[in-house]
Design a binder for this molecule. Structure first.
Ligand code: SAH
Length: 345
């Protein structure tokens, strides 16, 4: 069985090459081809002998997703890619351009098993986790195809990053590595629906990334209805996990809140949210709910959203509203989904 060479840390690659009898500088050459030059085949590694390229080809494979669809938003230029993976599965990646740089939104799993009631990505459940190489490819191949230098990464595509913990940590370290893309942790956001049991473990790594928590409701009654993940954990457990995370890392948490008409957008919800956030600290990012065909929820009415924002602000909560990007190509939050490599349009 061939091994996934791009999922090896530099030191792991160096150890394997040493065991093959190669001199120490080979690791640097090969790592650069894989992590900075985005080659798809060993034959492209022109500074290696033909014999070595053939030997490596016998032992390892290089992941290289194929773009099976690319959609460009006519409204704001957001690009959505559908990549075909090595095993025929497919995931979506979104590239958004802002004044301050280009942000790529990557998927971390093929499908998702979290079951949030308003989200398209979870329909059909989880198929499998993405490998570190496949997440790196989303960044690197998006950059290569679009010709746009990526400056920021958000783990906000399909899947629950903390449900693929070890691969996500490896990906984060690799994408941060100066011998690879070298993207700073402060330019990376990881979004979670609240797998609280993983928060302390994540905090131990003390990565300086931004942790975003998809809260969407301040109380158990509302949150249980929307997010099955809450049912055996509860908001109190979530709030205390957030407090501990902040204490350990010193990084303020960003809370995502999708505004759903008549479900989580009343003044009472706003007041309860404000009282919790004031206690924990952090910032609230409101997202007007995006349309998902299979779901019956509607976005909040503008006047209710305004009232919600006013209550948060009156209570001293720092709040922003997320700008919708890529709406005409279904590239907005919650609209990404697993697709068959050949299939549904
Ligand atoms: N599983 C992680 C990563 C997904 S990020 C998480 O839950 O955070 C995608 C973000 O979009 C999450 O905040 C998610 O709750 C939100 N979202 C899902 N469906 C949405 C919809 N229809 N409208 C707006 N936001 C949505």
């Amino acid at each position: 069985m061939k091994k996934d060479i791009k999922s090896l840390y530099y030191d792991e690659l160096a150890a394997e090459l040493k065991a093959l009898g190669e001199p120490a500088f080979r690791a640097g050459q090969i790592y650069t081809w894989l992590h900075q030059r985005t080659v798809s085949d060993f034959s492209e590694m022109t500074n290696l002998s033909k014999a070595l390229r053939e030997k490596l080809d016998g032992l390892y494979y290089i992941t290289a997703p194929k773009p099976i669809r690319k959609q460009v938003s006519a409204i704001d230029g957001t690009i959505k890619y559908l990549w075909e993976l090595r095993d025929g599965n497919a995931v979506e990646t979104v590239l958004m351009s802002y004044k301050h740089g280009n942000t790529v939104c990557i998927s971390t799993q093929v499908g998702c098993r979290m079951g949030c009631a308003f989200c398209d990505s979870t329909i059909g459940g989880l198929v499998r986790c993405l490998e570190p190489s496949e997440m790196l490819d989303e960044v690197m191949f998006t950059q290569l195809d679009s010709g746009k230098k990526i400056s920021n990464i958000v783990l906000m595509g399909i899947g629950e990053p903390l449900d693929n913990f070890d691969n996500v940590i490896k990906f984060l370290n690799m994408v941060n590595d100066e011998r690879g893309p070298g993207i700073g942790m402060r330019h990376i956001s990881l979004s979670t629906c609240g797998l609280t049991e993983k928060f302390d473990k994540l905090a131990e790594y003390n990565l300086q990334l931004t942790l975003s928590v998809s809260l969407h409701a301040p109380d158990d009654e509302t949150r249980n209805k929307l997010m099955p993940v809450n049912r055996n954990r509860g908001v109190e457990q979530l709030y205390s996990a957030c407090e501990r995370y902040f204490k350990t890392t010193g990084r303020r948490i960003s809370f995502e809140y999708a505004m759903i008409d008549g479900v989580n957008d009343t003044p009472e919800h706003a007041r309860r949210l404000a009282s919790h956030i004031r206690k924990i600290g952090g910032h609230v990012n409101l997202i007007p709910l995006n349309h998902v065909d299979e779901r019956s929820f509607e976005p909040s009415k503008p006047e209710n959203m305004r009232r919600f924002i006013d209550i948060l602000q009156e209570n001293g909560v720092n709040v922003t509203v997320r700008r919708k990007l890529g709406g005409d190509v279904d590239a907005s939050c919650g609209q990404l989904r697993r697709k068959m490599a050949v299939g549904r349009n």
